[in-house]
Design a protein around this ligand. Structure first.
Ligand SMILES: *[C@@H]1O[C@H](CO)[C@@H](O)[C@H](O)[C@H]1NC(C)=O
Ligand SMILES: *[C@@H]1O[C@H](CO)[C@@H](O)[C@H](O)[C@H]1NC(C)=O
Ligand SMILES: *[C@@H]1O[C@H](CO)[C@@H](O)[C@H](O)[C@H]1NC(C)=O
Ligand SMILES: *[C@@H]1O[C@H](CO)[C@@H](O)[C@H](O)[C@H]1NC(C)=O
Ligand SMILES: *[C@@H]1O[C@H](CO)[C@@H](O)[C@H](O)[C@H]1NC(C)=O
Ligand SMILES: *[C@@H]1O[C@H](CO)[C@@H](O)[C@H](O)[C@H]1NC(C)=O
Ligand SMILES: *[C@@H]1O[C@H](CO)[C@@H](O)[C@H](O)[C@H]1NC(C)=O
Ligand SMILES: *[C@@H]1O[C@H](CO)[C@@H](O)[C@H](O)[C@H]1NC(C)=O
Ligand SMILES: *[C@@H]1O[C@H](CO)[C@@H](O)[C@H](O)[C@H]1NC(C)=O
Ligand SMILES: CC(=O)N[C@H]1CO[C@H](CO)[C@@H](O)[C@@H]1O
Length: 454
């Protein structure tokens, strides 16, 4: 009794100094206003549904942020079950140590929303799609961070229904931000998304760092990070285990992506660690109809992953993939170190244009070490529309005991290679120099994550 009374008294005294309960402390850039989700009636027992509390919190904090000071919603230690909710601008979602936001597994809590204009329909099924778990549109200055709390999509029910073909609509993504600028996602863990994990779409200036993403390696379409028609995106120091590509850069699907015409460009990926036995460490596509250019990936590790940096495209996609730079990969157990695909199927409907040919050119890879490799290169461009300007330099692939006899199979590709072992196919046989990598660093705002505690 005494301890509780003392705590209350201390808290009351401290409140006068504005340092009890949620309030910001730290340097420049911290939010002026802060509130805990419990102040809106949330209960962190993992059972009570807190959808209304999250919605109320965001509305209230948006109002309070309006004086220019911004606002933070603090999620304390506990398990906070909720349906989907939206974020707001000049806003921080702060997950304290031991905080876990749990997505409701009741489909009634996931209203339908419009498909993305650059996709024309949901990705799994035609028509609308289920809400994304955490979402936002037309926002600026959003931070999701804290002390490595967890956002848990509890995706098993969705995966089961997907496999049983019981879903009429496309599954939601764990986090989707549309038309937003100035996003930081840092020091937070995402687990068991129903489908893709992080999906910044039509966004600019996105930093994703120190993020852990975990999903069972056989869960369907649980891509880690999918920058989609977005520019100036930086992904650093992330650890991803997933059932699909660890990172997939995209830009819309066939005729819808061609019409929307918004590329993904100026993308930096550094110090990624990826485990994805049935997919790529980094995929470019397959949806690339608005174009993908200037992607720079370096200093990354993949373990037990199907392929490294894979280009996926096909007739009907249109668009382009160009000015791609990869260097410094360390790969352990891999089916195909280099994999390019020119006949990736999957079209939104029957209106894809059979004359919409992708342009794939200027793909540079250097300084790659791989071990326990089944096949060095499976390189398939598009007949009458070859992938060109491929450069591969300073590569060593050590073969697995059961490696293929044929180490490189190249069709409809053209390029150069130097210092590549095992010896590449004649299509890449021309004498090459070390492949290019841009000297200048890209400027991707906002700058550093402000150090704040709430
Ligand atoms: C989130 O915002 C979008 C519009 O941007 C809206 O369609 C959706 O219903 C909102 N979701 C929730 C849970 O409020
Ligand atoms: C968001 O911005 C886009 C592009 O400017 C615009 O088309 C859309 O109507 C805006 N949406 C909302 C909810 O304001
Ligand atoms: C990241 O989370 C850890 C706890 O896991 C914490 O100690 C650290 O201060 C956080 N870093 C930042 C930049 O907030
Ligand atoms: C964050 O939490 C995840 C999941 O518990 C863990 O795997 C990861 O190592 C943690 N990251 C840091 C920086 O503590
Ligand atoms: C698309 O074409 C296939 C075969 O030509 C046909 O079976 C299917 O019904 C068509 N789908 C639509 C949506 O028109
Ligand atoms: C070749 O790549 C390895 C990494 O696999 C790197 O350590 C080495 O410095 C590179 N050599 C040159 C000449 O750049
Ligand atoms: C090498 O790869 C094979 C699959 O091709 C795998 O079964 C085996 O465990 C790997 N060996 C090592 C030492 O990682
Ligand atoms: C080489 O790749 C082509 C497709 O591009 C395929 O048809 C052929 O079977 C492959 N050859 C071998 C020996 O795997
Ligand atoms: C992205 O950030 C840079 C640097 O902070 C800034 O100059 C630029 O205006 C931002 N881009 C957009 C579209 O706001
Ligand atoms: C050898 C070399 O640098 N190859 C390509 C690297 O990427 C640039 C930019 O796209 C291409 O122009 C080069 O051909």
């Amino acid at each position: 009794m005494q301890a509780a009374a003392v705590a209350v008294a201390l808290c009351a005294a401290a409140a006068l100094l504005a340092s009890c309960g949620a309030g910001a402390s730290g340097g420049e850039g911290c939010r002026k206003h802060a509130a805990r989700v419990t102040e809106y009636g949330a209960v962190g027992d993992g059972k009570r549904l807190n959808t209304a509390a999250f919605a109320k919190a965001v509305v209230d904090l948006a109002e309070r942020a309006r004086d220019g000071g911004g606002a933070a919603l603090v999620v304390p230690k506990g398990k906070w079950l909720t349906g989907p909710f939206n974020l707001t601008s000049h806003f921080t979602l702060y997950l304290d140590e031991g905080a876990e936001i749990l997505a409701s597994q009741d489909m009634k809590d996931w209203p339908l929303i419009a498909p993305l204009p650059s996709y024309g329909r949901g990705r799994d099924e035609p028509g609308p799609r289920y809400s994304n778990f955490i979402a936002g549109s037309n926002l600026t200055d959003v931070i999701i961070t804290g002390k490595n709390g967890t956002i848990n999509g509890q995706g098993q029910v969705w995966w089961d229904k997907y496999h049983a073909k019981e879903l009429k609509f496309t599954r939601g993504y764990l986090l989707e931000l549309l038309y937003s600028d100035g996003i930081i996602i840092s020091n937070v863990t995402f687990v068991d998304s129903p489908s893709w994990n992080l999906h910044p779409t039509y966004c600019t200036n996105v930093t994703i760092s120190g993020v852990t993403i975990l999903a069972p390696v056989h869960s369907p379409n649980t891509d880690g990070i999918d920058p989609d028609s977005s520019s100036h995106v930086r992904i650093e120091d992330c650890y991803i285990v997933s059932g699909d590509d660890c990172i997939a850069v995209k830009s819309g699907w066939d005729e819808y992506g061609i019409k929307f015409n918004m590329p993904s460009q100026h993308i930096v990926i550094k110090r990624l660690t990826c485990i994805s036995p049935t997919s790529a460490m980094i995929a470019l596509g397959s949806e690339m109809s608005g174009g993908i250019r200037d992607v720079r990936a370096e200093d990354s590790v993949a373990i037990n992953t199907e392929s490294a940096v894979r280009v996926k495209s096909g007739v009907g996609r249109g668009g382009f993939v160009k000015d791609i730079f990869v260097r410094g990969l360390s790969l352990h157990t891999m089916k195909w170190v280099f994999w390019m695909t020119g006949n990736y199927g999957q079209h939104p409907d029957n209106s894809s244009d059979p004359n919409a040919m992708p342009e794939v050119t200027g793909i540079n890879y250097s300084d790659v070490f791989a071990e326990n490799v089944t096949m060095a290169g499976r390189m398939e461009g598009i007949p009458n529309d070859p992938y060109t300007g491929i450069c591969i330099s300073n590569v060593t692939a050590r073969l697995a005991p059961d490696a293929k006899k044929l180490q490189w199979n190249c069709t409809d590709v053209k390029g150069v290679a130097s210092d590549v072992h095992p010896k590449p196919c004649p299509e890449l046989g021309a004498e090459g120099k070390p492949c290019a990598f841009p000297e200048e660093e890209l400027v991707i705002g906002p700058p550093e994550l402000p150090k704040c505690s709430y």
